[in-house]
Ligand binder design. Sequence first.
Ligand code: AMP
Ligand code: GLY
Length: 436
Amino acid sequence: MDKCKQNECEILEVSLKTLIIGSGGREHALFQAVSEGGGNAYFLPERKSLPTAGVAPSALLKDWSALSDWLKKEKIRLVIIGPEQPLVEGLGDFLKKQGFFVFGPSASAARLEGSKLFAKEFMKAQNIPTAPFQVVHSLSETLKASENFSPPYVLKADGLAGGKGVFVCQTVKELEDKAKSLFEDKILGSAGEVALLEEFQKGVEVSVFILTNGEDYCILPMAQDYKRLGEKNTGPNTGGMGATAPLSLPEKLMEDIENSIIKPSVQGLKKNHYGYCGVLYIGLMVGQKGPRVLEYNVRFGDPEAQVLLPLLDGSWCEVFYQVSQGKLPSLNWKNIHSACVVLAAGGYPGNPLKGEIIKGFIYHKTPHSYFLHAGVGQNEEGQWIVNGGRVLNSVAVGQTAEQALKRAYEQMAKISWEGLHYRKDIGSAGKSSFHF
Ligand code: AMP
Ligand code: GLY
């Protein structure tokens, strides 16, 4: 049992002005959730294709003092920090010191995502199951360490790499190439100066999200992300090509995840006095030996947020407001399913082809489906164009997972552009068996 009920607290009547920081589909989903929950949401940075009423000047992203002044002028009290980078850099700490409510952890807690090695040490201290690993600093160290592992090899840059820091290598030769690119060509700069060589974990991936105040937690419905570019989990890793929720897991597995992973993780936050107020995303591989933690993220997943946020039976605005003050509300969930299909640019994730004109109506929606905007730009003629790797998210809800998926694909069909790439098998892993 999670502790929500025990820690029930009054939901205040709030109509809060909220700033959402970040430029992806996740932040559009947060904007929508806050607005629907009675909040008055603002964006930073500006989005050409989204409402202009609530926008903070983009320059404020780099000037925190000016951001604080602007927030005070606009009487905005709550800030939700979507992506990891500003959290790792300490924006949450800065804004909290200025008196704002912040949904998102301190920089010291954000090291759980900012450093894979830090996360491993945290897991070790809390006895949390994860893949065995070795720290490596050079090509020669990597090759030597590879003798202690068998293929496929997993090489992970220690620092933040925007989803580009994990290499699953089938052969020693491939590992050698990747280690060379990290340590000698420095493709990830300082983020790749230290890396982990990790045992490959076989199984099914599950995304676990908890809201926490650093002492207690509420578990959100389970979600599943499709990280690889191609169908049947082939091709390179991406930020995520689609997601579904809720995922139904056997009760015994849920208990195991809660007892061996969630509880000790939160105990670790508490023990270290991180004062973590936000969402913790635990990436799991569930295999024959049980669930293993692949990674911690200190923010909502993208595209998992897109499928989780529509499931709440209540006001996200109130939930964010409460959590940012260290309180954990009681959460109720709708008895529905949701699905998200990511529409990506040709060439994504390596070299997304920008500038293609988007054909179709980017505001098309039905009572059950809509587009969330991520990499949408505008050309001089005012046409909407591809301006990023992941361009649009087609999101839908339904009474069943099948219905939600069908609607998400029908919505998707309203849009196209030269080179558009999407996965046709989102939802297929939900049928995987978790009984090993
Ligand atoms: P991460 O950034 O750590 O989530 O890694 C990105 C993706 O790489 C994960 O979602 C997995 O698909 C894959 N991955 C990471 N670590 C492992 C591992 N030890 N075994 C198998 N796959 C992994
Ligand atoms: N969906 C994966 C991530 O947000 O990191």
